[in-house]
Design a protein around this ligand. Structure first.
Ligand code: NAD
Length: 489
């Protein structure tokens, strides 16, 4: 059993391959949201800590960048193996920090983090650039060099999964990294850094803990940071985009979502309904890709809504540490209250609660003070309501009825966000038409969250700027340089 996940844990920053407290020794309490208990502390880092991390990453850059891709591939494979060998300890820590069921951390979060590391390890060995040949006239080729020290800032909902989604391609491309995990879910980042200290050269991966302000902001604004990769809220993403714009620093922004899940009457209704439940409530509805707006064609509306309501009622909140719990706590009591506030205001706007709409009445004794909220389904919602237009990022989904394909597309597109959409139909032409018409960076047809790590990942409108995944990420972390040779007279 892992001591990190069972005993009180005081985490350190990892700078230059060494654990270090914050300069001045300030700390932040780390709270288990399932119980409300403080389970340890993290360093409350500031500018001096970020300076030290950027210095370490800068010092490590030349040697790391000049390794050949296969050498970086070998080391990242070793790091993946080290995380996998300790999968259970990582899963316990992830569950403890976030309130998510340990079964989910074991089968989704940590395996996916391992897969990210392996996937981009192979990218390090296979990445190549283009050449452009005009016979007898010129030969051009593109050099792609690692950008430098990358600032990586990640959220709390899929802590190690999203941190490795950034760190792995940056390291694979030959960059060194200063990363800040969310202050709400810090533990697995420290565990990763501890493993990395045994397989990567010192300074290649540095972890700085702390609040967004000052730790995250100091990373964004540091002149030694060549580019920023950020996943988090649209509000913070906007500030980061503005700050990077001022210094002309490239940034990749993966932000919020308000994703439509569109069910046409010719779909496999049983499969669509079962997936809608998963899309709405996986990870307690705290995934940027969650299908939080379910749109259903009129003739099958009652059937889909009945299945959704039954599914929501069957998802019983439980102790995240029990192996059979499928629905855990929200990430914090503040966040639970925020979700409850959205539901209350929706009801005030005329919405009807079909399932949930409150905290659970009874919970196992160990977690009776935890940040739980019932899976909630609301109908009778107007398109201009806050609950339709804003991201709740919790277990509250809405259902809306439509008559025609045009109406479905119009409703789906009528929010400020554009991350993902899921379309359910057996009509091939309609699937293609809807995929083209929906304003989102990611479209799923007759599925949800089916992910191939090679495909571009990211959103349009207020859901972000840029794409991650596959070669898109490798391109973001490298700077192209065009070389042209005169091959003529
Ligand atoms: P958040 O924006 O509050 O915080 C994200 C990270 O940014 C944290 O590490 C935080 O400490 C840091 N931060 C906060 N202020 C900062 C600042 N001024 N400068 C630099 N860093 C700062 O988001 P959150 O509440 O942790 O996560 C939930 C949000 O993340 C949701 O909006 C969700 O949709 C989004 N998200 C998006 C994706 C995606 O791929 N598009 C994936 C997961 C989560």
């Amino acid at each position: 059993m892992n001591s990190l996940a069972t005993a009180r844990t005081d985490l350190a920053n990892w700078i230059g391959g060494q654990p270090r407290p914050a300069t001045g020794g300030a700390t932040i309490g780390n709270i288990d949201p399932a119980t409300g208990e403080t389970i340890g502390t993290i360093p409350a880092s500031g500018t001096a800590d970020v300076d030290a991390a950027v210095d370490a990453a800068t010092g490590a850059f030349d040697a790391w960048a000049s390794l050949d891709g296969e050498a970086r591939c070998d080391m990242l494979m070793k790091l993946a193996g080290a995380v996998e060998a300790d999968l259970d300890a990582f899963a316990r820590a992830e569950s403890l920090d976030s309130g998510k069921p340990i079964s989910v951390a074991r089968t989704i979060d940590i395996p996916r983090a391992v897969r990210n590391l392996r996937f981009f390890a192979t990218a390090a060995a296979q990445f190549a650039s283009e050449s452009h040949d005009v016979p007898g006239s010129m030969l051009g080729y593109t050099l792609r060099r690692p950008k430098g020290v990358i600032g990586a800032i990640s959220p709390w909902n899929l802590p190690l999964y999203l941190l490795t989604w950034k760190i792995a391609p940056a390291l694979a491309a030959g960059c060194t990294v200063v990363a800040k995990p969310s202050e709400l879910t810090p533990t697995t980042a420290s565990m990763l850094a501890e493993k990395a200290a045994r397989v990567l050269p010192p300074g290649v991966l540095n972890i700085v803990h702390g609040y967004g302000e000052p730790a995250g902001a100091s990373i964004v604004q540091h002149s030694g940071i060549a580019a920023v990769t950020f996943t988090g809220s649209t509000k913070v993403g906007r500030w980061i985009g503005k700050s990077c714009g001022e210094s002309l620093k490239p940034c990749s922004l993966e932000l919020g979502g308000k994703n439509a899940f569109v069910v046409f009457d010719d779909a496999d209704i049983e499969k669509a309904s079962a997936t809608a439940i998963r899309a709405a409530f996986s990870n307690q509805g705290q995934i940027c890709l969650c299908g939080s707006r379910v749109l259903v064609q009129a003739s099958v509306y009652d059937k889909v809504v009945a299945a959704l309501v039954e599914g929501a009622k069957n998802l019983k909140p439980g102790d995240p540490f029990e192996g059979d719990t499928r629905f855990g706590a929200l990430v914090s009591h503040d966040h639970r209250d925020k979700v409850a506030g959205y539901v209350e205001r929706a009801v005030g706007d005329g919405a009807r609660v079909l399932a949930g709409g409150s905290r659970p009445e009874s919970l196992p004794d160990r977690v009776k003070h935890g940040a739980f909220y019932l899976p909630t389904v609301l109908d009778n919602v107007r398109q201009d309501c806050q609950i339709i237009q804003e991201e709740v990022f919790g277990p509250a989904c809405t259902v809306q009825k439509f008559e025609t394909e045009e109406e479905a597309i119009a409703l789906a597109n009528d929010t400020p966000y554009g991350l993902a959409a899921s379309v359910w139909t057996r009509d091939l032409a309609r699937a293609h038409r809807a995929s083209a018409a929906l304003q989102a960076g990611i479209i799923w047809v007759n599925c949800w969250m089916l992910r191939d790590l090679r495909t571009p990942f990211g959103g349009v409108k207020q859901s972000g700027v840029g794409r991650e995944g596959g070669w898109e990420a490798m391109r973001f972390f490298t700077e192209p340089k065009s070389v042209t040779i005169n091959m003529g007279e």
